[in-house]
Design a protein around this ligand. Structure first.
Ligand code: SP5
Ligand code: ZN
Length: 345
């Protein structure tokens, strides 16, 4: 397996996360990535390559330029105001007072661009997330035959990306790595690209970015948003809009779901992907379906990720796997290695 990982991704290091009304240690931390790197090396899944740098303008193929500018400067602005620690939002527009214009105040813009309080902007966030995008792009370039090339790659991205929208961040995500990679594959000549999202959570950002389009299919299997984050998107009746009508598919499952029921949803997802006849597949891989995950409520065992990997390989397309969520830190490496043992097996 061709694996890409940029160590600068460790520079995003949130100090705290608000959980159940208390500030505690963040669930999304750099140790997630280092555990996976160690496990991939020990299992000899493949050599880990540092991605090259891609032009920043590529980010704006799926993200709003003003949003990208905001992310780049937000923590410097925060410090210039004499504030300590991480940049966090304090208020959001109410439903009746939505404005499309970002306010001048930094606090106004933090509320304008974010959708939750659990995604702090830290001093190293910009370096980390741009190198995360490079990590995804290097995998896409590998599939496109730009830098050598092959039929599959793993982009070990961290922090994750699938909750980040065209001009919104949240769910621990800032730049949408999978969307950036899918758009790159389109720009390099793939007529149709499918994104299959198997993270426990719905990828509301990816859905939003491609919601009006018929050239990038989004299919997601995830926890029912009526019980789980991101709560406000990921329902079965969200099927796309305009030209994109019929090119977005959500397969929500109840808490407690184990392999068998998930596997049945995967039958449906695979059918949707196959009917679309894409030239490439981007997989948003979260391993937060794991029974021991502290944020999640599915019942996957470590060996179920090998089954998941085998199902993904069975779709039989050029496939880029982009890492998303998974918070049971001590088991993350085993679960990712299990996925690749099935994918390559
Ligand atoms: C990429 C990804 O996996 N994003 C998901 C972000 C989920 N945010 C956490 C939701 C809040 C869960 N409540 C915590 C319960 C802890 N016992
Ligand atoms: Zn997740």
């Amino acid at each position: 397996m061709k694996i890409f990982f940029a160590p600068e991704q460790l520079l995003h290091a949130p100090l705290v996360e608000l959980n159940r009304g208390e500030l505690g240690p963040p669930f999304e931390h750099a140790g997630r990535a280092t555990h996976i790197v160690t496990a991939l090396e020990a299992a000899a899944i493949g050599a880990i390559e540092t991605p090259r740098h891609f032009p920043e303008s590529i980010l704006c193929r799926v993200h709003d330029t003003a949003f990208v500018d905001f992310l780049r400067g937000a923590h410097d602005e925060w410090r210039a105001l004499g504030r300590p620690g991480d940049a966090l939002p304090i208020c959001w527009p109410g439903r009746s007072e939505v404005t499309l214009t970002p306010p001048e105040s930094l606090d106004g813009r933090l509320g304008h661009y974010s959708f939750d309080v659990m995604t702090p902007i830290t001093s190293g966030s910009w370096a980390a997330v741009t190198r995360g995008a490079d990590t995804a792009l290097a995998g896409a370039a590998w599939l496109a035959g730009k830098d050598g090339g092959g039929r599959s790659a793993f982009s070990l991205c961290r922090p994750p990306g699938h909750d980040a929208g065209r001009s919104s961040y949240g769910g621990y995500c800032f730049l949408n790595n999978a969307a950036i990679a899918a758009q790159y594959l389109r720009d390099e000549g793939a007529e149709r690209v499918a994104i299959l999202d198997v993270d426990y959570h719905h990828g509301n950002g990816t859905q939003q970015i491609f919601y009006d389009r018929d050239d990038v299919l989004y299919v997601s299997i995830h926890a029912d948003p009526s019980s789980d984050f991101p709560y406000f998107a990921g329902y079965r009746d969200e099927l796309g809009r305009g030209a994109g009508d019929g090119f977005n598919h959500n397969l929500p499952l109840p808490r407690g779901t184990a392999w068998a029921a998930w596997n049945e949803a995967m039958d449906a997802a695979e059918g949707i992907v196959r009917r679309f006849a894409p030239e490439a597949l981007v997989v948003s891989l979260g391993v937060d379906n794991f029974a021991g995950d502290p944020l999640s409520h599915f019942r996957f065992k470590t060996e179920d990720f090998a089954r998941m990997g085998r199902r993904v390989a069975g779709i039989d397309l050029p496939t880029l796997i982009v890492f998303e969520g998974g918070y049971a830190v001590d088991e993350l490496g085993n679960n990712v290695v299990s996925f690749f043992s099935g994918f390559e097996g």
